[in-house]
Write a new protein. Structure first.
Length: 65
C-alpha cells in the first residue's frame, strides 16, 4: 500500500494534474469524475481553488486602483 505522501507527490502525475510550487500534486475537478475522491484530494482541490480565486480578485482590485 502506498503512503499518502507518495500519492500526493508530483511523482504520480496523471490526467489533469500538475505540480504545485511546493511539490504537491494538484488536480482539476475532472480527475474526480467517475470515482469517489479521497478527503485529502478534496481538501487540496478546495485549497488550490481558493488561492486561485483570491489571486484573481487581488489582480482585479489592483487593476482598478
Amino acid at each position: 500500500m502506498k503512503s499518502l505522501e507518495s500519492e500526493d507527490s508530483c511523482e504520480n502525475l496523471q490526467g489533469d494534474c500538475e505540480c504545485s510550487g511546493d511539490g504537491r500534486r494538484v488536480c482539476s475537478i475532472k480527475e474526480f469524475l467517475g470515482r469517489k475522491p479521497t478527503v485529502n484530494e478534496i481538501v487540496e482541490f478546495i485549497d488550490v481553488e481558493a488561492k486561485r480565486i483570491a489571486k484573481e480578485r487581488l489582480t482585479k482590485q489592483t487593476k482598478e486602483i
